[in-house]
Design a protein around this ligand. Structure first.
Ligand code: NAD
Length: 364
């Protein structure tokens, strides 16, 4: 594997290999771009089949974080850690403390958080070694469970999409089909019910479906039927790659707006949605509420301030719909443009001399 070729393709800044034999740590920290600020991104623990697979995942996820933070208007760059190991068998205090020391060694260029395979208590262990970690226990002043904020962001993004398509963001009487009634999907259903939307729901958990039927008067359908129901909006809140060759031509909605990551199986499916006239709310923009919330910890967590920023997903979404229309491009491409434009503009801010010790050194 040619690592530098991989790094130059999308202009990554840094790839850090962390090893501690006695702690059993093998981890990779990828930092994509820190133009806007320190790279923030979760720590994923996974049984990768090969080192190459782990590197590729770290790089892909780190770059995704650059775009997500930039589009959300945060002063953060993109990074990610992957720990090679089985989260059910290979965790130990020593492992996460060793990782914490490597993160501390980056002096704040990278800040970690929970991700697939890691938990709040793992972050607490990392926190014993470094300040550069978010998503620790609330006792340490953290922001707590991100899902309600993610759901709020999805609700606001969905309102913006409805405004774009129907001319008003009023969700009363609109029919929303929700796939997945977990932490985000259930909270979204609750908000939509409160404003008078009609709900069609599905989940592989029969109990979750029964609860939504009882509490919100939702209509229940089988998991494989949700893509083909007649509704105004499809809100995918369960799995990735749900817009694919099997589902796309049978969709009977005008909008797709939900929390799931990587909703398009391939980019061409985003192009096809554009051709079909189905408005797609790009996943990494509409589901940024959790990231916005956790990023607020860096300034001393303030719930109302975080909530206000999450509400801003409404305006961001309208802006990217405008870019999509102006340039005749699909919305997923408009989201990338919005993020790239912000990074490029801030790169060009004049490097005026600042009389700090660091700039004195660099101007010598
Ligand atoms: P969750 O695990 O709490 O809920 C997922 C729900 O989907 C579960 O109820 C599960 O039973 C259901 N499900 C799984 N497979 C299904 C299928 N085939 N058909 C129907 N339902 C199915 O997860 P969550 O935290 O609510 O997150 C939902 C999605 O949003 C995930 O894709 C996640 O990556 C993404 N996301 C979540 C957050 C957050 O803050 N929680 C932030 C960003 C993105």
């Amino acid at each position: 594997m040619d690592v530098f070729e991989k790094l130059t393709t999308y202009d990554y800044e840094q790839l850090v290999f962390c090893q501690d034999k006695f702690a059993g740590l093998k981890a990779i920290i990828a930092i994509h771009d820190t133009t806007l600020g320190p790279a923030l991104g979760g720590c994923r623990m996974w049984t990768y089949a090969s080192e190459e697979e782990a590197i590729t995942d770290a790089l892909r996820l780190a770059r995704g974080m650059t775009y997500k933070a930039a589009a959300a208007g945060l002063n953060l760059g993109g990074g990610k850690t992957v720990v090679i190991g089985d989260p059910h068998k290979d965790k130990s205090e020593a492992l996460f403390r060793a990782l914490g020391r490597f993160i501390e060694g980056l002096h704040g260029r990278y800040i970690t958080a929970e991700d697939v395979g890691t938990t709040v208590s793992d972050m607490d262990v990392i926190h014993m070694e470094t300040r550069f970690v978010t998503g620790v226990s609330q006792a340490y002043g953290s922001s707590g469970n991100p899902s309600p904020m993610t759901a709020l962001g999805v609700f606001r993004g969905l309102q913006a999409a409805v405004k774009e398509v129907f001319g008003s963001d009023d969700l009363a009487g609109k029919t929303v089909a929700i796939q997945g009634l977990g932490s985000v999907g259930y909270a979204l259903a609750q908000s939509l019910h409160r404003v008078g939307s009609k709900l069609i729901v599905t989940d592989i958990s029969k109990d979750s479906v029964a609860r939504a039927v009882a509490e919100f008067g939702a209509q229940a359908v089988e998991p494989d039927e949700i893509f083909h129901v007649q509704a105004d909006v499809l809100a995918p809140c369960a799995l990735g790659a749900i817009v694919n060759d099997q589902t796309i031509n049978r969709l009977r909605v005008q909008i797709i707006a939900g929390s799931a990551n990587n909703q398009l199986a391939e980019e061409r499916h985003g192009d096809r949605l554009h051709e079909l006239g189905i408005l797609y709310a790009p996943d990494y923009v509409i589901n940024a509420g959790g990231l916005i919330n956790v990023a607020d910890e860096l300034e001393g967590y303030h719930a109302d301030r975080a909530r206000n920023k999450v509400e801003g997903i409404y305006d961001i979404m309208l802006r990217l719909f405008a870019i999509s229309k102006e340039h005749g491009i699909p919305t997923y491409k408009a989201a990338d443009r919005l993020a790239e434009a912000r990074i490029e503009k801030l790169k060009q801010v004049r490097s005026t001399f600042l009389p700090t010790s660091r700039s004195l050194l660099t101007h010598r």
